[in-house]
Design a protein around this ligand. Structure first.
Ligand SMILES: CC(C)(COP(=O)(O)OP(=O)(O)OC[C@H]1O[C@@H](n2cnc3c(N)ncnc32)[C@H](O)[C@@H]1OP(=O)(O)O)[C@@H](O)C(=O)NCCC(=O)NCCS
Length: 161
């Protein structure tokens, strides 16, 4: 059983039996593209998919696409979660949390020791709350001129099992 099968199996024991999280290939990117448009109102998902250790995760709730998460190598220590979200109809069921757990497991499996992401707390406050409740540390804050918004960077050590 690979790590994502294990996660899907363990999800059925956590009270979200209808949730599956799977890894997809670039050939199936349209699934993410559609959700990205609905969530962020833009066609761009990330600037480039030409990334080492690219990980594309899809969450399905009762078989329907409900959310996604995209991440890749930032440097030899840090795995970077670049973008993700959960469709409005499926929120507050723990899907973002389990997408994060699945990506952290994958990053750990790939040999990374830290997991990081950036977020805009005024635009998407939920990710900041999730970061704090999951024990992430705030390691940087700045003003992003492209988005004209304040941006936070959160990071967490990946415990070796
Ligand atoms: C932020 C987002 C990913 C959360 O998805 P979700 O599946 O609803 O999140 P979860 O159900 O896993 O939430 C886990 C915890 O995060 C926190 N949280 C999530 N959404 C929240 C919100 N809108 N406000 C406050 N806290 C929130 C809560 O602590 C929640 O636990 P609880 O429901 O037991 O209180 C989703 O709202 C979303 O896609 N938003 C728009 C896009 C976005 O923000 N993407 C991330 C950019 S960095």
């Amino acid at each position: 059983m690979d790590i994502l099968q294990q996660i899907s199996a363990s999800l059925s024991e956590t009270g979200i039996p209808d949730l599956t999280i799977s890894s997809i290939s670039l050939d199936e990117l349209d699934l993410i593209r559609d959700m990205n448009r609905l969530l962020f109102n833009e066609d761009r998902i990330i600037n480039s998919f030409d990334r080492k250790d690219l990980v594309l995760l899809i969450a399905r709730f009762e078989g329907m696409p409900a959310g996604f998460k995209v991440g890749y190598r930032e440097n030899r220590f840090v795995f970077y979660s670049a973008k993700g979200g959960v469709l409005p109809d499926f929120r507050r069921r723990g899907i973002a949390r389990f997408l994060m757990y699945a990506m952290m497991d994958r990053a750990r499996e790939l040999g990374y020791s830290r997991f990081a992401f950036d977020t805009f707390p005024n635009l998407h406050p939920g990710m900041t709350v999730l970061a704090v409740t999951e024990g992430f540390r705030l390691i940087k804050s700045d003003y992003n001129t492209a988005y004209r918004e304040y941006r936070l960077r959160f990071e967490k050590k990946l415990q070796i099992a």
